[in-house]
Design a protein around this ligand. Structure first.
Ligand code: NAD
Length: 506
């Protein structure tokens, strides 16, 4: 896409079509709630730009508390009918959504690539997975059950689970379509109406999902409100929204906690937050396999390292470090970085120039702290990529534990490599941060691997693997990385609440 081109996102179509039009002719994409498309009560808008070159994609509403009020009222009414349907009937609706996603896979993937900067080939996988998640969730409704507790012969003591009502789901920018699918389907199958707030950087995946499903999902059950922090604050403070789930940074999660508290009401909140995830490699591991895994674990491809679960702290035993690095550096340097819409591209661009600048500042500080750059560390030479927020996949070695490159989430393509020689010491280093999202351990010693997995203070641990996650398996963080879990049965279950009923036979 050249600088003059604008991708028009038809408000009433899922397709992204590349046209050469001036930015001032960019279309307006309304948001979706109450079963129809809206400009927003205030009429305020935000410009959404293509990540790769800043070209204007469309104007979208910058929604406010008044929009939340409007959307909420219809969502509440719709939810009562939705919750009264048999779980299998709700499941049928989710299956139809999955079929509609499959049929629009190519358009959704290219839209996602323009919006987020992620490579189109990877986004095709995300879209396919989005459909699979709807199918997975579709079958779980009847498993959201309570229990009978046999405490007496005089009556029945049992629990039942009920939906919360209208729930808010606020998400990050890095997997826009996948997040929309996971967060919407899990809350819906449990009988809730969902108000989804996508990131202000990447609203189109959620809007496209609304467009695809407007004739499938009953009006009001699924809404997409577009906007930034102000809209997020309005959702979290709304009196009627008792369940909030958030995917994003620790800082925003703290603000959400504060906003919810200041609303004067108690809310159920779950958080999927950042990580600075350790990968510990023991000396008996295969260096070549470790090198391949360390690269895969960084998610350099698909999301340019912008993944919460990336194993960004690689702890190599000193006896194996040199051999691993011999294989790792050429693998990193071989990654094909290019335009997100090019099917050959393995690594696209970051979400914004600010994100690139932030990564470069981290790298510079890491070097001042004593680290060495052994791959990347700069923007690519390719002139075709000079106008976008591209950054080469970067590897730092000899990173001191006190360096911000060893302690802070960078949320970009920067891997920090450190060495170790004492297992207790490396475990202490791995657990020393306030983050606790993912971790990985690599060794052929099964007993040791299991003991290390037990000792790691993280919500998700791989043994001899990295990056792989399945929607049937719960994923969530410990410590500052979050509360609760996504996927599996846990996520839809967390969108129900329990009631205990005590019945006396009389
Ligand atoms: P962010 O916290 O800046 O924004 C996330 C969402 O919160 C956006 O929709 C934003 O508009 C909204 N928001 C901003 N201010 C708000 C407020 N005051 N009240 C309510 N909502 C508000 O995060 P980001 O930059 O989009 O994403 C990057 C972060 O997300 C990283 O820390 C990453 O690790 C984390 N993340 C975690 C997971 C996970 O599953 N654990 C997945 C993806 C991303």
């Amino acid at each position: 896409m050249s600088r003059q081109e604008t991708v028009t996102v038809s408000p009433m179509a899922t397709s992204a079509v590349v046209h050469t039009v001036p930015a001032e002719d960019a279309p307006f994409a309304p948001m979706f709630h109450s079963g129809s498309w809206h400009r927003g009560v205030s009429g305020r808008t935000m410009t959404v730009r293509a990540a790769a070159n800043g070209a204007t994609l469309a104007e979208v509403p910058n929604a406010t508390a008044a929009d939340v009020d409007e959307a909420f009222d219809t969502a509440r009414t719709a939810q009562k009918t939705w919750a009264a349907m048999a779980p299998s009937e709700r499941g049928k609706v989710l299956h139809r959504v999955a079929d509609a996603i499959d049929a629009a896979q190519d358009e959704l993937a290219i839209l996602e690539a323009f919006d987020s900067g992620n490579p189109v080939t990877a986004m095709r996988r995300d879209v396919a997975k989005g459909a699979e998640i709807f199918r997975h969730m579709a079958g779980l409704g009847h498993l959201l059950n309570g229990e009978v507790i046999p405490v007496s012969t005089e009556g029945l003591h049992y629990t039942r689970r009920y939906p919360y009502g209208v729930v808010a789901r606020i998400v990050a920018f890095n997997h826009p379509f996948l997040f929309a699918c996971g967060r919407v389907s899990s809350a819906m199958v449990a009988g809730n109406s969902v108000l989804l707030k996508p990131s202000e950087h990447t609203p189109f995946a959620a809007l496209a999902l609304a467009r695809l499903t407007e004739d499938i999902i009953p009006p009001g059950v699924f809404s997409v409100l577009t906007g930034g922090a102000e809209l997020g604050a309005a959702l979290t403070a709304h009196r009627g929204i008792e369940r909030i789930s958030f995917t994003g940074s620790v800082g925003t999660a703290l603000k959400i906690s504060e906003q919810a508290a200041l609303s004067g009401h108690i809310k159920s909140m779950s958080f999927e937050l950042g990580g600075k995830n350790p990968m510990i490699v023991l000396p008996d591991a295969d260096p070549e396999k470790v090198a391949a895994a360390a690269v895969r674990g960084m998610n350099f491809t698909a999301v340019q390292g912008q993944s919460c679960g990336s194993t960004t702290r690689l702890f190599l035993h000193r006896d194996i470090a040199a051999e691993v690095m011999k294989h790792l550096i050429p693998r990193v340097e071989a990654i094909r970085i290019g335009r997100p819409d090019d099917p050959e591209t393995e690594m696209g661009c970051l979400i914004s120039q600010e994100a690139v600048d932030r990564c470069l500042e981290f790298i510079a500080q890491g070097v001042r702290d004593g680290a060495k750059v052994v791959a990347g560390g700069r923007i690519p030479d390719n002139p075709e990529l000079s106008h976008g927020p591209y950054l080469l996949p970067t590897v730092l070695v000899d990173v001191p534990d006190r360096s911000i490159c060893a302690t802070n989430e960078i949320f970009g393509p920067v891997l920090s490599v450190m060495e170790w020689s004492d297992l207790d010491d490396v475990l202490q280093r791995a657990n020393s941060l306030s983050y606790g999202l993912t971790a990985a351990v690599w060794t052929n010693d099964v007993g040791r691997a299991l003991r290390i997995a037990d000792a790691l203070e993280s919500g998700y641990v791989w043994i001899n693997d990295v990056e792989f996650r399945h929607y049937a398996v719960p994923f969530g963080g410990w410590k500052d990385s979050g509360i609760g879990a996504e996927y599996g049965l846990d996520e839809p279950m967390s969108f129900t609440r329990s009631k205990t009923i005590v019945a006396n036979y009389g």
